[in-house]
Design a protein around this ligand. Structure first.
Ligand code: ADP
Ligand code: MG
Length: 264
């Protein structure tokens, strides 16, 4: 069974897609088998992986509506070294079409099960909302990774997300946990960012990942070449940080598994 993580934050432009794509490439680089599920109709994770959303044969939309299977719809990011279940504008319609269908919040879970043996990690890039699409992600995930900028309003939005995770945990998915908060686009020269970072650690403790992703222009440039930053410029500070994050995540997952098997 792969570890399935949602990369979620209901705010837009906070670094979800950058985190998804570069974490996938970082995990691939250290030998993990990875699938990205792009759940955002903007299709940025798809394009940023070098897969053209305009010419996709099948996408996550077809998989959610069960007109095709994940096995048929997935494509390869040759540059990234991982698989992608792509998305495009069509996915915006799925929200409405799913409403009246049965198992509307469990469709992704069922879809991923058929390919469970193929992957060590599945990373789900969520749209900037707590919608039915995000709910499909949360229902099949083991954990949520929340990328956040250390700004004043970041903490405010976090409460809603933490509450949603608690509700999904209570009602739909007992496996779901808040895995951690990832500080992204970090600039240590900005005093406010240091202060918010300290507050985050005081409040969330171990839930804050040790790795910090710096603001780094190479990460922002990479998507226009259809290549994850980790591959585009491996020596850049941003790329190195994402490889460190991949290593930290693998260690954390192994530690969690060890402590769970001790409890049994
Ligand atoms: P989201 O998916 O949450 O909307 P994105 O990952 O698309 O956010 O990031 C928003 C913008 O910020 C993009 O233009 C992206 O290239 C840029 N960006 C993200 N992370 C970094 C970073 N660490 N350094 C510099 N730019 C970044
Ligand atoms: Mg995005």
């Amino acid at each position: 069974m792969p570890h399935i993580f949602c990369i979620a934050n209901q705010k837009g432009g906070v670094g979800k897609t950058t985190t998804t794509v570069n974490l996938a490439a970082g995990l691939a680089k250290i030998g993990q088998r990875v699938l990205i599920v792009d759940l955002d109709p903007q299709g940025n994770a798809t394009m940023g992986s070098g897969v053209d959303k305009r010419t996709l044969g099948a996408s996550v939309y077809d998989v959610l509506l069960e007109s095709t299977s994940l096995i048929e719809a997935r494509t390869r990011s040759e540059k990234g070294g991982y698989d992608v279940l792509g998305a495009n504008r069509e996915l915006a319609g799925a929200e409405i079409e799913l409403v009246n269908l049965e198992r509307r919040d469990r469709r992704l879970k069922t879809a991923i099960e058929v390919a469970a043996g193929d992957y060590d990690f599945v990373l789900i890039d969520c749209p900037p909302s707590l919608s039915l699409l995000t709910l499909n992600g949360l229902t099949c995930a083991h954990g949520v990774i929340v990328p956040m900028q250390c700004e004043y309003f970041a903490l405010e939005g976090l409460t809603d997300l933490v509450n949603t995770v608690k509700q999904v945990h209570a009602n739909l998915n007992r496996d779901l946990q808040l895995i951690g908060l990832l500080r992204v686009m970090f600039d240590p020269r900005i005093t406010l960012q240091q202060q918010v970072s300290d507050q985050l650690k005081a409040h969330f403790g171990e839930k804050v990942f040790d790795t910090v992703i710096p603001r780094n222009v190479r990460l922002a440039e990479a998507p226009s070449y259809g290549v994850p930053g980790v591959v585009f410029d491996p020596s850049s500070k941003g790329a190195q940080a994402f490889v460190s994050f991949a290593e930290e995540l693998v260690q954390r997952v192994a530690k969690d598994q060890a402590s769970r098997s001790r409890q049994v």
